[in-house]
Ligand binder design. Sequence first.
Ligand code: GLY
Length: 355
Amino acid sequence: MPENLNRRTFLTAGAALGLGATAMGAFPQKGVGGKGPVAISSANGMAAVTRAMELMKAGSDPLDAAIAGVAIVEADPADHTVGYGGIPNEDGIVELDAAVMHGPTHGGGAVASLRNIMHPAAVARLVMKRTDHCLLVGEGALRFARMHGFPEIDLLTDEARKIWLYWKETNSKDDDRIPPPPDEMDPAVKKFFGEKYVREHGTIHLSALDTHGDVGCVTTTSGLYYKIPGRVGDSPILGAGLFLDNTVGSAGSTGRGEANLLNLSSHTIIEALRRGASPKDATLEACRRVVATNKSPRLQDAKGRPNFDVKFYCLSKDGRFAGASLWGGAKLAVHDGNAARLVECASLYDEALVE
Ligand code: GLY
């Protein structure tokens, strides 16, 4: 197993295994219909929506387009919240969660705590297509991925390892580890723990609407930084980290997964859409529900507001889209045919989260 696998190596390995973006279990491609396609994603998804759009314009199924889009971010060592280069668990091991849903078949598949596989979203699609189950975890998910020819790699990049090591060295004054003096810190580590350091629950979500009005969606993540080994967030849980209904639209989330697990927020958004709410109102409803159910004092600021953030993304079947977050400053990436752009999300509180 190579220590580091760059994107070129991956593409070569993927091609050898027939795992190219559109070949990873693709649905039959459809002809291009009348309406323009739309792809929305979290702010780290500009390249992802661009790729998804290219594929849908060429007639791709929306889920295949979505998975190919997020595969770019899963392979990107610079994104420390998704796939290869993700920040590891407290033992220094990267564990990935991902889920997919397919509108036309109302199918869904997911993997959780998956190690050593760069593209968990593509494995989730195979869980959907090649098993009678919705979720495989841990060792079973890894064996399933191996069986389907996914190459194993070490997902921990040198940069992510150094970040994890610094976290370990500064975690407690009561152990024997000594962090490097500031002038000896690796520049990447220094930048990571910079002024606005937040213990992230970063992730990528992508919802796609094709020219026939069919939707597909995917959420993929390396989860909470330094998590307890085996901790699973909302991303691989259908209804929490993502949900869709081909008659109304698609939704997903990034941010503190536990808040979504306790509210099944993506399902909440789709049900609001079904009742006639706009994407903006539906995502704000999910935000309000998170606030209303956040009872734990350790998760509240001095004013009783959540001391964490959650972001929601929603794309309706007729091509309207919106995002909302608890705290201000969030953006979503959107491509509706011309170019990818970032759009402001609505928020419950105007100000950005201060930790
Ligand atoms: N939303 C990603 C996580 O909490 O793992």
